[in-house]
Design a protein around this ligand. Structure first.
Ligand SMILES: [Zn+2]
Length: 340
């Protein structure tokens, strides 16, 4: 019995700048404090393993647990992987590609390890944070790019046959610049959703707008700074009610709503969770209202309300509630499901 009482599961979310981590018990209760350590993904996976061990040490120490109490580890990385093998370098150092990361880390720490990508992990975290919900959920997270993840009813993440599912940011959307051009995407394609809904998209769209006569007198035109820096300030501008910033977020939210209507036709998730940094913005209610307007403009009525019970909403929208620690919580939850 003692063994069951102390068994716990660690979730390790490996990002580009930090590793966020969390420990839960077999019932899903959080143990101790969340722990954040610097990320060294660019230096390779061995350097990253050092950081993960540091996180495990701090997690167990602060929770009053022993390392040997950890019965399973869930690990997520910012790159596509399949069966534990990293397919594409993406945001990682070059030596990650082709290596079975969970096997290698498991051999080092002596605990079974499960690995998936960060979008799936964050979706699992939002699912774990809603224990009373019967639905699965579709997570959409606008950030530097546009990420996503799908959790099926019952709690299983949907990774696809090759671990490559839910690349929502690279689904095509039918929007063009005023000159008719489809914007170039970082993936090599043109016109991806991410070219309209992301920080990268804000940079391009801000540059185009600031060159227009309409915004010549705008304060963002009154000083010289890289467009990346100016785009980064747009959230503050929007929070102060700036018309240019709000118009750019309106465009992003409307296009996101349009795209979500497509994805809801594919997955009918019941619940759509919007994550990413905007979940903390003071104008988030306005942003969500724009997303839902865009959704309602292109979703069929049956995806809005049940025709036999107009009180029953077919597709609910919620903000992410776990913030920066959603992915680590999700991976601890998944580790509990897989190794519990
Ligand atoms: Zn793309």
């Amino acid at each position: 019995m003692k063994k069951n009482e102390t068994r716990c599961f660690a979730g390790l979310d490996v990002g580009g700048t930090s590793v966020k981590s969390i420990l839960i018990d077999a019932s899903g209760n959080r143990l101790g404090e969340m722990v954040e350590v610097p990320s060294r993904v660019k230096e390779g996976y061995a350097a990253t393993f050092d950081q993960l061990e540091e996180a495990l040490f701090l997690l167990t120490k602060r929770a009053g647990q022993r390392r040997s109490d950890i019965a399973g580890i869930g690990l997520d990385i910012p790159a596509p992987s399949s069966g534990g093998i990293v397919r594409v370098q993406a945001n990682l150092g070059a030596d990650w590609v082709g290596v079975n990361i969970p096997d290698a880390f498991s051999a080092r720490v002596g605990v079974p390890v499960y690995m998936t990508n960060d979008g799936n992990a964050a979706a699992a975290g939002e699912y774990a944070a809603r224990p009373d919900s019967d639905d699965g959920l579709l997570l959409i997270a606008p950030g530097t790019g546009l990420g996503g993840g799908l959790v099926l009813p019952g709690g299983q993440i949907y990774e696809g046959a090759n671990g490559l599912a839910l690349e929502v940011g690279h689904a095509s959307v039918p929007f063009r610049e005023a000159n008719g051009a489809l914007p170039d995407c970082s993936c090599g394609l043109k016109g991806c959703a991410e070219t309209w809904v992301s920080l990268m998209a804000l940079r391009r769209r801000l540059g185009i707008e600031l060159a227009k006569n309409k915004w010549q007198a705008h304060t963002l035109n009154a000083f010289s700074a890289p467009i990346e820096e100016k785009a980064y300030q747009l959230r503050d501008y929007a929070e102060r009610g700036d018309p240019l910033a709000l118009s750019l977020f309106f465009e992003q939210a409307s296009i996101l709503g349009y795209a979500i209507a497509d994805w809801v036709r594919l997955f009918d998730p019941g619940l759509v969770v919007i994550g990413g940094g905007l979940a903390e913005a003071s104008f988030r209610d306005q942003y969500m209202a724009w997303v839902i307007e865009g959704f309602e403009d292109s979703a069929w009525p049956i995806y809005l309300k049940n025709p036999f019970d107009p009180q029953a909403i077919s597709t609910r929208f919620e903000w992410a509630i776990e913030g920066d620690f959603a992915a680590s919580l999700g991976m601890a939850f998944v580790a509990g499901e897989v190794f519990g």
